[in-house]
Design a protein around this ligand. Structure first.
Ligand code: PLP
Length: 381
């Protein structure tokens, strides 16, 4: 299979798998145990925290390991509203966030919070001015993702942090940087984020593993109470194999960050040019500001039919976020696209392992798809 779905998940890097294997079989101690194996495990967790912090550009004690990006997003939203509980009950977010932010916000609406969901323009971007216009005295949280997982649009998180300061807002700023980590250059400080979410399986680490950055000085509340791991904020025996793999992937990704970004930008530009030249009727809906994601449409060819057709020809790409599982994408829905364009949306997402030859093969297969799936709505198989 030729894999163009790296925004959904990535293969685990061999070095990350090796690191996890070693921790599962040799350095398998419980970091809370007092004996040598336990102490070694605890030492390694801190070494891995420092590695993730180094790749992110923050202090190690600002990194809290979680079980996934979804957990980090839920924790961030919950923490921000808890810390702001005496200040107000208004949240600003965008209509194109991942469900891991949108669903906690919807739940909070049921608890009496008011949530403003900012809509993007036709490219998927939400301007900072829209945040400023929505800002209220009682706003306690602005949650804006750094890179959208379905369009590759980069949102102006740094600008938003500046405007919050300028307006002397007490609102905390959370950014879901799951798709931005190692793909666009940033540090939490440069963005001005108070809370920032990462997920390991988007960068060559394991599924079921992530981290939440909590800015130094923020008085955090525990997500899970229990044995007191993660400085008492997220109890539960540390997932040492996942953490080891996350650290290895983060270190490798950070060392090659600039080279990878340049390669991905070049490969995506080549892909967009080749697709436009070689696939009749194809529309580029979002070229993607981030180097690894773009969104195109084959208007009149339902994307789920095209995805299955291409899968049978040996290609993996998606009709939007993997989490939708065939449901219409709320991101493309929010972008004010015509129904035919929206129904034909395809997300192509790259990794440095992809090549121009693979892109050429995809262009040929997509051109064949437009021939084979001639009539709109015709089912395939
Ligand atoms: N946020 C974004 C932008 C994502 O793309 C994803 C994964 O698809 C998540 C959050 C959730 O991460 P995880 O799969 O680790 O829960």
């Amino acid at each position: 299979m030729i894999y163009f779905d790296h925004a959904a998940t990535t293969p685990v890097l061999p070095q990350a798998a090796d690191a996890a294997f070693r921790v599962m079989t040799r350095d398998f101690g419980n970091p809370s145990s007092l004996h040598a194996l336990g102490r070694e495990a605890a030492r390694e967790v801190e070494e891995h925290r420092a590695a993730v912090a180094g790749a992110l550009g923050c202090r190690p004690d600002e990194v809290y390991f979680t079980s996934c990006g979804t957990e980090g997003d839920n924790w961030a939203v919950r923490l921000a509203v808890y810390l702001g509980r005496h200040k107000g009950k208004h949240i600003i977010t965008t209509a194109v966030e991942h469900a891991a932010v949108l669903e906690p916000c919807r739940w909070l609406e049921q608890q009496g919070y008011s949530v403003t969901y900012l809509t993007p323009d036709h490219t998927g971007r939400v301007p900072a001015e829209a945040v400023e216009a929505a800002l209220r005295e009682d706003t306690v949280l602005v949650s804006m993702m750094l890179v959208n997982n379905e369009t590759g649009a980069v949102q102006p998180v740094g600008e938003v942090s500046k405007l919050l300061k300028r307006r002397k807002s007490a609102a905390l700023l959370h950014t879901d940087a799951v798709q931005g980590f190692l793909k666009v250059p940033f540090t939490p400080d440069a963005l001005g984020a108070d809370l920032l979410t990462l997920s390991a399986h988007k960068i060559g680490g394991m599924k079921g593993s992530g981290a939440l950055y909590i800015r130094n000085g923020l008085r955090a509340e525990p997500l899970l109470r229990g044995g007191g791991q993660e400085k008492g904020l997220r109890s539960g025996t540390e997932a040492t194999p996942q953490i080891a793999a996350f650290a290895a992937a983060a270190e490798i990704g950070a060392a090659a960050r600039e080279k990878n970004i340049a390669y991905l930008n070049d490969l995506k530009a080549y892909a967009l040019e080749s697709l436009q030249a070689g696939v009749p009727g194809l529309a580029v809906v979002s070229p993607g500001d981030a180097p690894h994601i773009c969104a195109v449409s084959l208007p009149g060819r339902p994307s789920q039919v095209v995805v299955r057709y291409l899968s049978d020809k040996g290609f993996c790409l998606s009709s939007g976020s993997a989490c939708h599982r065939g449901k219409a994408s709320h991101v493309y829905g929010a972008m004010n696209l015509s129904k035919t364009v929206r129904d034909g949306m395809l997300r192509i997402s790259f990794a440095p392992s992809n090549t121009r030859e693979e892109v050429d093969a995809l262009v040929r297969a997509m051109a064949a798809a437009t021939q084979d799936l001639v009539s709109a709505g015709r089912s395939y198989r």
